[in-house]
Design a binder for this molecule. Structure first.
Ligand code: HEC
Ligand code: HEC
Length: 274
């Protein structure tokens, strides 16, 4: 190559790649509106973003993997937990975790119900942004502090066992099902839901009680009903439901999310808690 060729090669290459770079940048910007669902940015989403900033949520949490790594990533939280859970959680986070067990609690942000609805709207918009698979897997804090709630110590053994009780326990601890986010199995530890310690005996007592409003006739039937149709009979408790005859805080869609066999495995496991 002569000197002149080299220079042309350099200039041509630089121009070509600069053009590709500009082209790709423009192309990305062209897609932003669509990828971010710009038309879904309502007043509530905007207000919710302000709530998020005013309360420095990012000082502990991440969105899209960006932020502080003290607390779980919330990019997909509305899809993982649902609005009923998040509303109850944000009203009083301490209700969902035991300080004794988890060692670390989220401070109560003292939001009013409007602010809670707005920040959930914002998080729901975030969850629907097409971030092309980023972060590649949910970023969960797996330290001892989160054990049980986030699968840090979740036993994986049961998932390959043939024993329905072991499989049921593995399901119970599966982070995606979130049972352990709301239920402790230690006696006396009340999270968002009651402790399931002594479940078998309590189930027997409940079906025999005149105030029982469901249709189960034995303990296993009651446990199954509690999982599939939580609102049929409400466990009394100030924050467990919207009130007597109301709706349980427990998600009502496990009956469709779980296979029949999986429900039987959960029942088999919970029936061993005496
Ligand atoms: C001082 C740190 C801190 C701040 C600030 C904070 N959080 Fe949290 N958050 C946590 C921790 C720690 C957890 C894990 C649960 C626990 O220990 O209470 C958590 C859990 C959550 C969860 C539940 C996740 C789950 O899967 O159960 C949501 C939702 C949440 N935070 C939203 C918010 C919002 C919205 C804000 C701002 C208004 C906020 N957080 C501010 C520390 C914080
Ligand atoms: C968002 C919180 C939440 C999640 C997640 C949750 N539950 Fe519950 N659960 C509750 C609440 C609150 C109650 C009490 C109100 C009621 O009767 O529905 C309850 C009640 C129960 C009961 C009846 C307890 C009793 O003493 O009679 C059983 C059994 C149960 N849940 C099992 C499960 C299983 C299994 C899972 C996971 C597949 C699960 N729960 C997930 C909140 C939750």
């Amino acid at each position: 190559m002569t000197k002149r060729h080299t220079r042309l090669f350099f200039i041509g290459g630089t121009l070509l790649f600069a053009a590709i770079f500009v082209g790709l940048t423009i192309d990305s910007h062209r897609q932003f509106g669509e990828l971010t669902n710009a038309d879904m940015i309502t007043e509530d989403v905007i207000e919710g973003k302000h709530v998020w900033h005013r309360n420095n949520c990012i000082n502990c949490h991440t969105l899209f993997g960006e932020g502080a790594y003290y607390a779980p990533d919330l990019t997909k939280i509305t899809q993982q937990r649902g609005a009923a859970y998040l509303t109850a959680f944000l009203r009083d986070p301490s209700q969902f975790y035991s300080e004794e067990v988890h060692r670390r609690l989220m401070p109560n942000p003292n939001l009013n119900d409007t602010e809670i609805a707005q920040v959930i709207a914002f998080l729901d918009w975030v969850a629907n942004v097409d971030n092309q698979g980023w972060p590649p897997r949910p970023i969960v804090v797996s330290s001892g502090a989160m054990a049980g709630s986030y699968g840090g110590d979740a036993p994986t053994a049961g998932t390959t066992s043939d024993d329905p009780v072991a499989r049921g326990e593995a399901l119970f601890r599966q982070p995606a099902l979130a049972c352990t986010a709301c239920h402790a199995i230690r006696p006396g530890v009340t999270l968002a839901g009651p402790s399931l310690a002594g479940m078998a005996m309590r189930a027997e007592e409940t079906v025999a009680d005149p105030s029982y409003t469901g249709s189960a006739t034995d303990a296993e039937g009651y446990i199954r009903e509690s999982i599939v149709s939580p609102s049929v009979h409400l466990v009394p408790g100030a924050n467990f439901s919207t009130g007597p005859g109301g709706i349980s805080l427990m998600p009502g869609d496990y009956g469709t999310r779980l296979e029949d066999e999986q429900i039987s495995q959960l029942v088999a496991y919970l029936a061993t808690l005496r």
